[in-house]
Design a protein around this ligand. Sequence first.
Ligand code: 26V
Length: 818
Amino acid sequence: MTNHHVDDFIKRISDKIETVSGKTIDEASERDVYVGVASIVNDEIKHKWIRTSDTYEKEKVKQVYYLSMEFLVGRLLESNLLNGGLLDVTNEAIKKIGFEPKRVYAHEHDAGLGNGGLGRLAACFLDSLASLNYPGHGCGIRYRYGLFEQRIIHGHQIELPDYWLKEDYPWETRKGDESFKIHFRGDVHMHKRIDGSLEFRYENTDQVMAVPYDIPVVGYKNETVNTLRLWSAESITREKDYLTSQQSQYYHHLDHKHSIEQISGFLYPDDSSYEGKELRLKQQYFLVSASIQHILRQYKKQQRGPLTNLPEHVVIQINDTHPSLAIPELMRLLMDDEHYGWDDAWKITNKTIAYTNHTTLSEALEKWPKTMVERLLPRIYMIINEINERFCRGLWFDHPELRNVIPELAIIADDQVHMARLAIVGSFSVNGVARLHTEILKKKEMKNFYCLFPDRFNNKTNGITHRRWLLQINRGLSRLITEVIGTNWIQRPNQLISLLRYSKDSAFLEEVDKVKLHNKRELAQFIYDRTGIAVDEYSIFDVQIKRLHEYKRQLLNIFHVIYLYNELKDNPTLDITPRTFIFGAKAAPSYHLAKEVIKLIHTVASLVNYDPDIAGKLKVVFLENYNVSLAEKIIPAADISEQISTASKEASGTGNMKMMMNGALTVGTMDGANIEIRDLVGDQHIFMFGLTADEVLAYYEYGGYNARDIYNTDERVRRILNQLNEGVFGSQEIEFKDIYYNILYHNDPYFVLKDFDPYIEIHELVEQAYRDRTTWLNKSVTNIAYSGKFSSDRTIQEYASKIWKLNQVPINKATDEQ
Ligand code: 26V
């Protein structure tokens, strides 16, 4: 960076601050600098953004629309600067005017429009699409409140609303003139047209406006700027409706307006647990109807020919079943508005829509009460019903061997609409998100569908954007990597494999060690500032960060902590490598057991952290309000990545990939993408333990596991459970009774006790390995070297070539700066 550049940039920032905030650079606050820099980025990308959509339009290229109820984008300024090639100069400029870049970037509210893995995956995909020059856009909802903010009070989780739009959000542009009307309820009337075809008219519907807000998605050092379009619900009532109304009507209008705006009011905070809430169904249809109307209008505006060609121009990927009403909605628009017959409409729909499954947990599978769908979406229900009738009729006549399982395949069965079944029947591709997960779908969960449509099923192992999750958040490590293998890995993450040549180079390993120590020191400082807990930067940073769920087994982790605590109390001179256990996790507000686990972690923490017998050996830290920004601080400092789900339950996991890429070693079960990590790095560079998916599934199917046997025979386990039951960890005795009962009286549904012994054993190996620095660092570098496969660039290339049949469309540089 030449001084000349930096000084030019400072001039730009100060000019900007003058025009935007009306202040001189000397008067500017941190926030003014944030607003100023964001505005510069917007100026930089404006032309690229227009040129990108012009190119797609003029060249009539095929485009993908990624429909998702969640986009967990996190903060955008730093990643936009990075992708725009402006990060270094901006950092220098900000420092030179007396501010700290990280603190400036932290003024952006972390956009938490997602629950966890599924939403963050959508955000990583957008980054890869734009960076690889693919014409691909996101469609989602502009929730006024994102995922709740978590506070911990006396060890209990409290939820606060996340009003992320409180201050101006610099990345969005409202496009009022591209709004669409969405209809709910009402009556459907059927008329015969002159040609004998049927026409459907809707009357007395409730109408809502879907207003788009566009966010630019900036590709890495290229000219592509794609679009994330988020829909906001607004009422259609105009001012004159208020003026002409009576007083009482006025309040009625306000009420009505409020209830309409509720549609995009908040993100549902349940992760992997389905509840048949009408407002959630409204949100889903709202997203889908607005997005499909938008897609068709674009198609027509661009004169791409008859809609029978739609599948050659457009592909719609639905992120889980949440947007699966896209299927009947596209049918509806093709038939009712465009006058296609059923068969043509079905062919078009079926060739345009593809579905990704993210879970096999039965409690997460969406099923809507038939009457709810019928009342809220009468025309859509008619269409689903027809899809179901035709599908079941086809089964009956063409697949006599499946006649007795029709109720398990029917889209409408036992008064419910089964959304996964609708999604499979109505799309041309069904994919799982890791190899094991896809195999389980094919062999078990969706076995009969797999028999019917074997060609539809395919695997696309998840990925993460290495630009945010390595280049941006771990500058030290990135620099080091570039020093030894050059910059190629940034465009081709697979090139990280070249690091293997240095995995035994002691000078290099020493540098890697220094970077990790530096990152740990920064995290230690952050932990101290936030919690007052002083942690030893030389201790093993043992990290579990993810949503709190029984199947993810934070409980197994905390049992390990309790076990170590008990050992140390029995034998205070025991020589153990100091450990810092770091947790971050939000529990769904209504998930009682999950909240109890949060409380348990805090209780154990307060016991362990202040016990003089334990001093210097163990620390337990729970960082509240886990979100993307917090992940960015923790991940570069992790030594151990805990990926300990009950085998078969974690579809993929993506935190496992993020931590591997930052040099952490995985302690993991044979689940999700852990298996693929193991296959690459080899058993000696990962710590795998516990039941396999086959074993777990066999226990579920045939029984044979008895948690009480373990309680009776394993003293360590008995002691921990008794401590829970007797209130050793709680001020009140009853505090952890539910955990205790769930394990002993509900037979430990997630096999915590069964995997306890192998888990303790593997952690003993971790400890031994950590003492041998060189070997440890060799493992760490080996993990980084193989992590390239888990870049979402690879995942997106696979979707593009195998499912979407999409071409890369590089955008030309502007001929002259406009
Ligand atoms: C489910 C539901 C159920 C209805 C209420 C709202 C709601 C919101 C989100 C979900 C998502 C559950 C599925 C999910 O997030 N799966 C995760 O997807 C990740 C990306 O593929 C994957 O890495 C994780 O293993 C998987 O649990």
